[in-house]
Design a protein around this ligand. Structure first.
Ligand code: ADP
Ligand code: MG
Length: 158
């Protein structure tokens, strides 16, 4: 399934993202991993989207574009679904990754295998061979200075 949105400001992108995170959380089944992948050009709105997404998960800190850090962890407070308590939100920005194997140095496998984690990956194409099967794929397209097209694809959408 695929859904297409058009936003005309960063605030609108954040609001959309907040709704999307709440929606996915509601739909999540008990053992399913929660990995979203964000593709699209620099300045497309991936990080802006994640700011709203994180807000929907109750995260207070602001998500920023990492310059050198590739993975950042955020605390999740009291987000519980079917007795499964989510503890961490991980933001991976793979822009600077050369070889997909580099991601393994960051405890990547352990992180994506932990059912208490929610994971967002910018530039997933840089670690294509390392992506799990069930992901939510979100594509960002720069239309003009303020407009972004955001396409959300559900399930196994590599
Ligand atoms: P990316 O992570 O994809 O490189 P960012 O979210 O870091 O992109 O940057 C997006 C830039 O575009 C920000 O400077 C933001 O203010 C601007 N912008 C303008 N319009 C929008 C919009 N509709 N949605 C998201 N960002 C927008
Ligand atoms: Mg970014």
């Amino acid at each position: 399934m695929e859904k297409k949105y058009l936003t005309t400001s960063p605030a609108q992108t954040r609001t959309l993202a907040k709704k999307i995170s709440e929606y996915f959380f509601k739909k999540l089944s008990s053992n399913q991993s929660f990995v979203i992948c964000l593709k699209g050009d620099l300045g497309g709105g991936k990080t802006t989207f994640l700011q709203g997404f994180a807000k929907g998960l109750g995260i207070k800190e602001k998500i920023t574009s990492p310059t050198f850090v590739i993975a950042k962890r955020f605390n999740i407070y009291s987000l519980i679904k079917n007795k499964r308590e989510f503890k961490n939100f991980y933001h991976f920005d793979c822009y600077r990754i050369g070889n997909p194997k580099e991601i393994l140095n960051l405890d990547y496998i352990k992180i994506i295998s932990n059912p208490r984690n929610i994971i967002a990956i910018e530039w997933p194409e840089k670690i294509k061979s390392m992506l799990p099967k069930n992901i939510v794929l979100i594509k960002f397209k720069f239309i003009d200075k303020k407009k972004r097209e955001i396409v959300i694809k559900f399930k196994d959408a590599r």
